[in-house]
Design a binder for this molecule. Structure first.
Ligand code: FAD
Length: 443
């Protein structure tokens, strides 16, 4: 490869904080707020111009189940809290049965989930972090961690002001792609992703026909590319790495070509796309291979669990425990992972990328970072029992209840994989799911 020489230079230090959170997705927000609540000064650096990450700029406004599909509440703490924040100014379609504090769903009729209005969630998240005393710097792309041995002293960023540095005592990588941990030398795993892009469409004809007079009911999701729950092995659509410049570029171009082809086919009066995603919609790209890996052993207790987790698409869902050491590298002493890039391989990665689990690991990473600062220790040396107690006090189920352990082993079934349908083999798998209105039940 050809190279050019970039001369070394002094760059201004734009700010200094206790905890720097890289990425303002839902994991980064949970991490930042948890760290602030535990006494740290916190700054989020976000490359786009809004909070929420894939859940807003990537159009994934679907808060997957916080119950296990058998009526048991699994997630409390910030997982439940952020669901309510995303709905603060949105239409309310949180299932009624999820609204009381310590709920149990009697005779559940299926899998519940809720969706939220994206602009309303973006505005609510701005307000939320302000209330919590967290600062954010938008339109700021973090380029490199500044390492001294195994310690991260801060980061180099690029934004409208050019290149500058932010210094910190702890760094939480919530970039979704483990960019900071990887560039700091942590061991990571990458994988290719299918093109699977969402937008939202409005068919005014249906309203004119009198099928429905509610405009909101007629905004539906339109899906381009491949579905992750089907066998795509015969599809001609290529897969892409979300960790290379060319991979991201090609993914974006192809997902937009698929959208354009669809729009050309459906070009008619009264039909419109409402919005386009402004983040590439990659599910799993690069993840940490940490001091521990999440094990998907049904019913197994992890002594250092930071929370019980479920596969959000199963019913009844298998319950697992996620170990603290899967948030950290073996050597790097002041960096933690949060969100869809934590240390969980295979099925574990699929489980941990879902929004509730991203928020859970965010809360744990933020709390742990603040504790490490208070105790003056490395992230490998924090008092995990104290972290567990702190999380439990907010309503997190640290270890799975015995009855859940039992039902996990006996009844849990993996989600069924469907064969690819003709449309997806031909290039476009489209699916129109209810974007809003009633909470959707999945059977
Ligand atoms: C098509 C699709 C459908 C999905 N469906 C569902 C679903 O139905 N339900 C569900 O629960 N989950 C779903 N998921 C998964 C879920 O949306 C994500 O895994 C989750 O939102 C990830 O949250 P996060 O905070 O870990 O990461 P992200 O949301 O990826 O946030 C990362 C943030 O970091 C920022 N960032 C990245 N690099 C830098 C940098 N260098 N400098 C500064 N900022 C940076 C990004 O701009 C972004 O804001 C889906 C994902 C996709 C792609």
């Amino acid at each position: 490869m050809n190279t050019v020489f970039e001369a070394g230079r002094d760059i201004p230090v734009a700010g200094e904080t206790d905890v720097l959170v890289i990425g303002g997705g839902l994991a980064g927000i949970a991490a930042a707020v948890a760290a602030a609540r535990n006494g740290a000064k916190v700054l989020i650096l976000e490359k786009t111009i809004a909070l929420g990450g894939l859940a807003t700029m990537g159009h994934v406004c679907v808060y997957l189940p916080i119950d296990d599909g058998a009526g048991n509440k699994i997630y409390g703490g910030m997982v439940e809290e952020l669901m309510h924040v995303c709905h603060r100014y949105s239409y309310d379609n949180i299932p009624e049965c999820w609204k009381s504090g310590d709920w149990v769903v009697e005779n559940p009729t299926g899998r519940y989930q809720c969706t939220f209005n994206i602009p309303a969630a973006v505005l609510a998240l701005d307000e939320y972090i302000k209330e919590e005393g967290v600062e954010v710097m938008f339109d700021t792309s973090v380029c490199m961690p500044i390492m001294e041995g195994n310690a991260c002293k801060g980061v180099i960023v690029e934004n409208k002001g050019g290149r500058s540095a932010y210094l910190c005592r702890m760094l939480i990588d919530a970039s979704g792609d483990a960019d900071m941990l990887f560039r700091a030398g942590a061991e990571c795993e990458t994988q290719k992703s299918i093109v699977s892009s969402w937008t939202y469409e409005l068919d005014v004809e249906k309203i004119r026909e009198g099928t429905s007079i509610n405009v909101l009911d007629n905004i539906t999701m339109r899906w381009f590319g491949l579905r992750p729950d089907v066998d795509n092995s015969g599809s001609p659509i290529p897969t892409f790495y979300g960790t290379t410049a060319d991979g991201v570029n090609d993914y974006i171009k192809l997902s937009r070509t698929l959208a354009l082809d669809y729009l050309k086919e459906h070009d008619k009066p009264g039909y419109a796309f409402m919005t386009m995603p402004t983040l590439p919609q990659f599910r799993m790209t690069r993840r940490l291979k940490g001091l521990a890996e999440m094990e998907c052993s049904e019913g197994k207790h992890e002594p250092h669990s930071i929370g019980a987790v479920i596969h959000c698409l199963e019913a009844p869902a298998a319950v697992y425990e996620f170990p603290y050491e899967a948030l950290i590298d073996a050597k790097i002493e002041n960096m933690l992972a949060a969100g869809r890039m934590v240390s969980a391989g295979g099925r574990g990665w699929e489980i941990m990328r879902c929004i509730p689990n991203c928020v859970l690991t965010g809360q744990a990473a933020g709390t742990a970072a603040a504790m490490a600062i208070k105790d003056g220790v490395a992230v490998q040396q924090i008092n995990v029992e104290a972290l567990q107690q702190n999380m439990a006090d907010t309503g997190i189920m640290i270890h799975m209840r015995e009855d859940l352990r039992d039902h996990t082993t006996k009844e849990a079934k993996p989600p069924k994989r469907r064969p690819a349908d003709k449309k997806s083999a031909g290039g476009i798998a489209s699916d129109s799911l209810a974007y809003q209105g009633k909470p959707r039940e999945q059977h």
